[in-house]
Design a protein around this ligand. Structure first.
Ligand code: UDP
Length: 249
C-alpha cells in the first residue's frame, strides 16, 4: 500500500511504514527541514494489541507521519503475513540517532514525560553526552489534566525542534495527536520508557540479546512485574499465526 507515495503495510489495522533504519532516519531528516509538526510513533506487538481494543488509539496511530516497526514480534508477523517490513527499527535507537543529529546541528529538544526526578536526570545525562544539544525544557509526565493547556503553552514558548513525549502508550500517542495542530515543533515523537533508559533507571539488553531479538526476555528478567503485561506477546503471536495473511488488513 502507498500513502503519499510512501510504502506502508497494515498489521491488524495499524499502518506501519516499510522503512529500514536509514530510511526512517532520512524521513526524520526531511521533517527537520520543514515547519509542520510531524508525528513519529513506534508500535511494538503490545501496542498493536492495545490498538485492537481501542479504536481511537488505532486511528491515532494511523495518522502518524512515520510509524516504525519497533520489536521482533512485528518483524515475525511481517514474515508470516508477507507484509514486506524490512527490519526492526526501535524507538530508542531512533531517539539516540535523533539526539546525535540535534547535537551535530545544534538543534533543540524538549522532554515531556517520565516520573518527577527521572525526567530531569535523563535530561542531565543527555546534556552530558550531547553537549551541543539545546535542551529547551523538561516536564514530568504526572500532571493534572486541567494543566494540559499550560503544558502546551510552555512547550510552545520554548519552540523546541524536537519534542519527545514519554507518557507510555497509548497516552503519549493520543497526547501528540490531540495537540499536533497547536504544537510549535517540527517533530513530536512518542518514546515510552526511553526516558527511564536515559536516566539510568532502566537498562537496555546487551547488544547480543538485542541482535537476537531477545530484548523482551531481558526486560522480563530485569522487571518480573512486567510478566502480566508481557502475556500479550504470546497472544499476539497466536493471533498472527491463526489469522489470514493479508497485506491490506
Ligand atoms: N509515564 C508518564 N505518565 C504517565 C504514565 C507513564 O510519564 O501517566 C511514563 C513512565 O514514568 C515511563 C514512561 O511513561 O517513564 C513509559 O512507561 P512504560 O514503561 O509503560 O512504556 P514502554 O517503554 O513500555 O512503552
Amino acid at each position: 500500500m502507498s500513502t503519499n507515495g510512501k510504502e506502508t503495510a497494515k498489521l491488524f489495522g495499524v499502518k506501519i511504514d516499510k522503512v529500514d533504519f536509514e530510511e526512517a532516519y532520512m524521513r526524520f531528516d526531511g521533517y527537520m527541514r520543514q515547519d509542520e509538526t510531524k508525528m513519529i510513533f513506534t508500535p511494538n506487538a503490545e501496542i498493536i494489541m492495545k490498538a485492537q481494543d481501542d479504536p481511537e488509539f488505532k486511528t491515532v496511530l494511523n495518522k502518524g507521519d512515520l510509524v516504525i516497526p519497533d520489536g521482533i514480534g512485528i518483524v515475525i508477523a511481517s514474515k508470516i503475513h508477507h507484509l514486506g517490513l524490512k527490519e526492526r527499527v526501535t524507538g530508542i535507537d531512533m531517539m539516540e540517532r535523533i539526539l546525535e543529529y540535534c547535537n551535530r546541528s545544534k538543534s533543540s529538544i524538549f522532554i515531556f514525560g517520565g516520573k518527577p526526578g527521572v525526567a530531569e536526570t535523563a535530561v542531565q545525562n543527555i546534556e552530558d553526552k550531547f553537549s551541543n544539544i539545546k535542551i529547551k525544557g523538561v516536564l514530568d509526565g504526572y500532571y493534572d489534566e486541567k494543566d494540559e493547556l499550560k503544558i502546551l503553552d510552555r512547550i510552545n514558548e520554548e519552540k523546541p525542534d524536537v519534542l519527545f513525549v514519554a507518557l507510555g502508550a497509548p497516552k503519549q500517542e493520543k497526547w501528540i495527536e490531540k495537540h499536533q495542530k497547536f504544537l510549535n515543533v517540527k517533530v513530536a515523537m512518542g518514546v515510552g520508557g526511553a526516558v527511564d533508559v536515559y536516566a539510568g533507571v532502566a537498562k537496555r539488553a546487551p547488544l547480543i540479546m538485542r541482535k537476537l531479538g531477545l530484548e523482551w526476555l531481558y526486560r522480563l528478567v530485569k522487571e518480573p512485574s512486567r510478566f502480566g503485561r508481557m502475556l500479550v506477546l504470546p497472544k499476539f503471536l497466536l493471533k498472527v499465526i491463526f489469522s489470514k495473511p493479508s497485506p491490506q488488513k
